[in-house]
Ligand binder design. Structure first.
Ligand code: HEM
Length: 407
């Protein structure tokens, strides 16, 4: 173990890529715990990389223009989730300008309210249609949220289009973490979605009124670049659908701790704490990484331009230095003074400057409304294996997520 000036770092042999494949989400956590450190060095895909855990590390990583995502994120993942020219690949003034567009559309109180209202209305329709049936919570929420996202942006669709978009968004999110068939499937469907979005952009630029004011804003703010406008429209739609994954874990938590059903219906403040605890504990984005854009120094660690870092979001959300009894699902921890700003599921730092997710406040509200809706309604959980396989990315309980019978 080599002790740097400020921060003990352990250097490990072996290839981290293999570890991530075999140990999944817990890869970093195993090593941070075994060596009792918040930093270790290891080769990743053959190149030296520093793995970090902790809120300070996350804030350092999310400082403006310190690390570039494009060189490190595997192309397959980039193509599933963030394309060339999109906000996540930009830096400097170009990033600030594009990011402002996302904060203005997704990061406002109006967005939170519109999304939650649309969700409650639409869930009612979808639930009624399937009353008495056994459904996958992930499917039910993905379909509902696809309709919500399209309505939110004022984009037209019929039943066939809703089915197509639900399938495409769900497959892209499901395929992002894998390199095999699930990824290929997600990317193939993505081409279909991109053609659809590009056609919408062309029609909007041609003066047709096919999108609401938010869609028009996106198209106006991406100037003349049609493919980028299409990608950014998808960057507002698809992540709304991704909230279905958190929603599924919220339903699982209600099933496991039924007393929370009652509390959600009686106490207003509890809803937010419950949603934040879902974001802290649900395995979703395990790691985020980048290469240094210039020489950087932080707490005794040094990066030359091009050197790599990985911030372990999963391990930070379960770090014993930040959370008491971290593996326990316990929304009351926030009332006892633990800080929900230390949750890094959607990044850290300043939303307006760095790459922190502009949809975070809306995500919290959506999880809250999903939990309340499920707390109010009647449903039962048929016998099934609900163990979460942490080697699958993204992780989910059982093989198809949680199955419920709707009342
Ligand atoms: C399931 C819920 C969500 C999760 C887990 C999530 C996760 C993340 C993470 C980890 C980042 C940071 C990526 C990086 O550091 O490079 C991010 C960025 C981003 N998210 Fe989300 N997000 C969610 C919901 C949303 C929603 C609802 C929206 C919009 C409606 C959204 C739009 C974006 C955009 C546009 C970025 C790129 C920001 C930038 O590069 O400056 N996300 N998200």
């Amino acid at each position: 173990v080599a002790a740097d000036a400020a921060r003990p770092v352990v250097s490990l042999g072996g290839e981290a890529g293999i570890g991530v494949l075999t140990e999944g989400y817990a890869f970093g956590q195993h090593r941070f715990t075994r060596y009792d450190v918040d930093a270790f060095r290891m080769r990743l895909l053959g190149r030296p990389t520093v793995f970090l855990r902790g809120i300070d590390a996350a804030r350092f990583f999310y400082g403006p223009d310190r690390f570039d995502r494009t060189a490190l994120v595997p192309r397959t993942v980039l193509h599933s989730l963030q394309d060339e020219g999109s906000v996540q690949t930009l830096a400097g003034a170009a990033h600030l300008e594009r990011k402002a567009m996302f904060v203005e559309t997704a990061g406002t109180l109006e967005a939170e309210e519109a999304l939650t209202e649309l969700f409650a209305e639409r869930l009612d329709v979808e639930w009624r249609r399937r009353s008495g049936e056994q459904v996958s919570v992930l499917f039910l929420l993905s379909r509902t949220l696809t309709a919500v996202a399209l309505d939110w942006l004022g984009l037209p669709y019929d039943e066939a289009a809703l089915q197509a978009r639900t399938q495409e968004f769900a497959a892209m999110i499901d395929g992002a973490g894998s390199f095999g068939p699930r990824n290929v499937y997600g990317r193939a469907l993505r081409l279909r979605t991109e053609r659809w979005a590009l056609e919408l952009v062309h029609r909007m630029r041609g003066g047709e009124s096919v999108g609401g004011s938010l869609a028009a804003h996106v198209v106006a703010r991406t100037h003349a670049d049609d493919p980028v406008a299409a990608i950014e429209l998808l960057n507002l739609l698809r992540p709304v659908v991704a909230v279905a994954r958190f929603g599924m874990f919220a339903v699982l938590a209600l099933h496991r701790q039924p007393d929370w059903r009652e509390r959600l219906l009686t106490d207003d403040a509890d809803g937010r704490a419950f949603a934040q605890e879902v974001r802290r504990t649900a395995p979703f984005f395990p790691l985020i990484g980048g290469t240094a854009t210039r020489d950087l120094e932080w707490e005794g660690l040094h990066w030359n331009r091009g050197d790599r870092v990985i911030v372990d979001l999963f391990a930070t959300n379960r770090s014993p230095r930040l959370w008491a009894d971290p593996e326990r699902f316990d929304p009351d921890r926030f009332a006892r003074g633990e800080d929900d700003e230390n949750i890094v599921a959607q990044g850290a730092g300043l939303m307006s400057e760095g790459h922190r997710c502009p949809g975070e406040p809306a995500t919290v509200r959506l999880i809250e409304v999903i939990a309340r809706e499920f707390a109010e309604r009647r449903w039962s959980v048929p016998n099934q294996d609900l163990r979460v396989d942490l080697r699958r990315l993204p992780a989910q309980p059982g093989r198809q997520g949680v199955l419920v019978t709707l009342g």
